[in-house]
Design a protein around this ligand. Structure first.
Ligand SMILES: CCCCC/C=C\C/C=C\C/C=C\C/C=C\CCCC(=O)SCCNC(=O)CCNC(=O)[C@H](O)C(C)(C)COP(=O)(O)OP(=O)(O)OC[C@H]1O[C@@H](n2cnc3c(N)ncnc32)[C@H](O)[C@@H]1OP(=O)(O)O
Length: 170
């Protein structure tokens, strides 16, 4: 797994402008929601769409709550991480201070859902964001709102002593 310093070294590149329609980079290779190399992860793939970010996502058996239905925490993970892709549009990192998820219908395993997130407003360090998850008929299955707060690199260095090689391998 990549160390905090190695991840931070890629920072500037990730936060330079991304064209409309572009595939956005994962937060890092082992990110629980979007890291392609995390075997337990959701492997979320996100594109910029105008001033929004967009994904089509399928939950699988690893994310099961009630049989055949995604665990609510797994759904929250993906929605939270989707917000993390909006940061690439703002040009600065931030972290979740508060997250609220409304579950309107069960999210079924093995079924594709469309996810869209947008910034509702920005006030200083604060970013207020919202996301929707819809089924293929356009029905709203989940809605999330969150407050993200901009932070500097020092925030992420707080985890450095717990990151590889000390952390348990995944
Ligand atoms: C996930 C892996 C990331 C790896 C990163 C590496 C590379 C990737 C590159 C880029 C991506 C960057 C980030 C990752 C993106 C997405 C991943 C998903 C998101 C997450 O997984 S992220 C993890 C979970 N997250 C945390 O681990 C945060 C823990 N937490 C803290 O570290 C502190 O809590 C902190 C620093 C956030 C804030 O602390 P603080 O002391 O600086 O700020 P404070 O609390 O004082 O609030 C300031 C102002 O917000 C107001 N305020 C507060 N709460 C409010 C509320 N509820 N409603 C309205 N206003 C509110 C206050 O009233 C005040 O307002 P005012 O300034 O006007 O007085």
């Amino acid at each position: 797994m990549t160390s905090v310093e190695e991840i931070l070294a890629t920072w500037l590149d990730k936060f330079k402008p991304h064209e409309d329609g572009a595939l956005l980079p994962p937060h890092h290779d082992h990110c629980l929601a979007c890291g392609p190399d995390n075997p337990h992860g959701h492997h979320l793939v996100v594109h910029r769409r105008g001033e929004e970010v967009h994904a089509v996502h399928v939950f699988d058996q690893r994310h099961v709550g009630a049989p055949g239905i995604a665990h609510g925490g797994a759904v929250a993970t993906v929605l939270d991480d989707l917000f993390g892709f909006l940061l690439y549009l703002t040009g600065a990192p931030a972290v979740t201070r508060q997250l609220e998820v409304r579950y309107d219908s069960p999210v079924l395993l093995g079924v594709a859902y469309e996810l869209v997130a947008k910034i509702v407003r920005a006030e200083g360090r604060k970013l207020f964001v919202e996301a929707e998850m819809r089924d293929t008929s356009g029905g709203l299955v989940a809605f999330a709102s969150a407050l993200f707060l901009r932070v500097d690199e020092a925030h992420f260095r707080q985890g450095a002593s717990n990151s590889p090689p000390l952390a348990r391998p995944i």
